[in-house]
Each structure stands twice: as structure tokens, then as C-alpha cells.
Design a protein around this ligand. Structure first.
Ligand code: 0X9
Ligand code: ZN
Length: 249
């Protein structure tokens, strides 16, 4: 797994924004993004462009709609775990399955997947500088924040909501793309074990899941012509969040 650090670590501990793409293999739009551009900024950008890389060959040759990791499951011929059900956040209690054949299999244990473990270890070790965790999925045109594993409002609910509203307004200003925003459990569906909830409970306050274009017409098979506008508009939302993080240390 390759992590890009954009910007310099300085003695004065710049705040860092951690962003990952490609949790779910079939959600290709996200890793096409050139988030590296425009980041000569007073924050440090830590970008994991392709979280779930090991199955790219599998996708091209075998199943474009694959979602999970590609690990073997003992006692089952079914392959893979849903990495976004594999974190320590109400693990496997709701919207997740303990059946290895399910698309939302939560794994044999918390962080059973090497991808989840690596991500969690990195964020735990750099927790003091990581002020925001952004995880890029598709599709639905939503900006989600904790919680998804329970209906309780997050301690910072009003701030997370108002930042999400500002971010989706900035996004919409470019091409008119409409997003909705809110806590995951009520905005998309309840589901446990997600990296956003885990990061938030660890102490990374500005934890958001982007669900990029579209709303279902093309779904995961978004036409190439939409890649650039999706990148451009998403950058506006990311910058909005980043500016808020900088101004609210
Ligand atoms: O179900 C998911 O993991 C995400 N949607 S997707 O269609 N990309 O699979 C939503 C994740 C929301 N957050 C949590 N469930 N924690
Ligand atoms: Zn996803």
C-alpha cells in the first residue's frame, strides 16, 4: 500500500488531512482523482490513492463489480471481506454480515484484513497531527459523517453538519451537482465497522465519507466524460473542509 505525502512535515506540526480512495474495488471514480494538485497548502495532505489495490487484476480480468478484499476465508470457498465493515466501531452489529459469502462480510475479527490493519496502524501512529479523515467512495452524491453504527448523534454533530453543508454548497457551485449530507445511519443506511466512525471515535473529529457521482444512472460504471468534472467539484468540497480544519485547530 502506497501513501503519498503532499507538503512538508515541519517542526511546527502542520495539521494533516488523511484521505483514502478505493476501499471498495468497483468504485473506480475515486482513485482517478488527482487530489495531489493544488496542495501546496499550509496543511499536510496524506493520500492513500488505492486502499484495496490487490484486486485490480481480478477486476479487469474477472469481475468489474467486485467490492470486497481478496483474502481467503477459512472454512468457506467465498473470498473477501468488506473492508468498510472491518473496523472497531460497533463491529458486525448492524448492516454487516458474519457470512463470508456476503458482500458486507465483516471479517473473522476486527482489522482481520491487512488493508484495514495498515490503515488503522498508520492513523493511530499519526493521530496527533491528523485532524481530518476523508474516505472517498461512490456512488450516491452524499457527504456522510458519524455515526453509521448507531443512531446517536456525534458529540460534534452541529459542527460536522454545518461543515458538510458548506462543503456540498461549494461542490454544487461548479457544475450544479446536488449532494445530500448527514449522519450515515439516517442518510444512507445503518452499518457498523466503517473506517469513518472508527476514526471519529479515535479522536479525528472531521471524519467524512464522500459518496461521489452519480445517483445511479451509471452507478459504478461512470462514463469517462464525468471523471474530470467529478474531480473538480469534489476538490472544492475537500478544500472547504480543509480550510475549516485550519481555522479551527
Ligand atoms: O456501505 C458503505 O460502506 C458505504 N457505501 S458504499 O456504497 N460505497 O459501499 C457507506 C459508508 C458509510 N459509513 C459507514 N457505514 N460507517
Ligand atoms: Zn464504498
Amino acid at each position: 500500500m502506497h501513501l503519498l505525502q503532499i507538503g512538508k512535515k515541519t517542526g511546527s506540526a502542520k495539521p494533516a488531512i488523511f484521505m483514502d480512495c478505493g476501499f471498495h474495488a468497483r468504485e473506480w471514480i475515486r482513485q482517478s482523482q488527482k487530489f495531489g494538485q493544488n496542495f501546496s497548502k499550509p496543511w499536510l495532505n496524506l493520500w492513500l490513492p488505492w486502499f484495496n489495490y490487490s484486486n485490480y487484476d481480478c477486476l479487469v480480468l474477472f469481475d468489474r463489480m467486485w467490492r470486497k478484499t481478496r483474502s481467503r476465508n477459512s472454512g468457506s470457498s467465498c473470498i473477501g471481506t468488506d473492508p468498510n465493515r472491518n473496523f472497531d466501531a460497533g463491529w458486525c452489529t448492524t448492516g454487516a454480515s458474519s457470512n463470508p459469502c456476503s458482500e458486507t462480510y465483516c471479517g473473522s475479527s476486527i482489522e482481520s484484513e491487512i488493508e484495514s490493519k495498515n490503515l488503522a496502524n498508520f492513523i493511530r501512529s499519526n493521530k496527533s497531527i491528523i485532524k481530518s479523515y476523508l474516505t472517498i467512495h461512490s456512488y450516491s452524491q452524499m457527504l456522510l459523517f458519524p455515526y453509521s453504527y448507531k443512531y446517536d448523534l456525534a458529540a460534534h454533530h452541529s459542527e460536522l453538519l454545518s461543515v458538510s453543508q458548506g462543503a456540498i454548497a461549494a461542490l454544487r457551485s461548479l457544475h450544479g451537482t446536488r449532494y445530500t449530507s448527514g449522519p450515515g445511519a439516517v442518510t444512507i443506511y445503518p452499518s457498523a465497522g466503517g473506517s469513518d466512525d472508527w476514526a471519529y471515535d479515535l479522536g479525528v473529529k472531521y471524519s467524512y465519507t464522500f459518496e461521489l457521482r452519480d445517483e445511479g444512472r451509471y452507478g459504478f460504471l461512470l462514463p469517462e466524460s464525468q471523471i474530470k468534472p467529478t474531480c473538480e467539484e469534489t476538490m472544492l468540497a475537500v478544500k472547504y473542509i480543509a480550510n475549516h480544519v485550519l481555522n479551527n485547530p
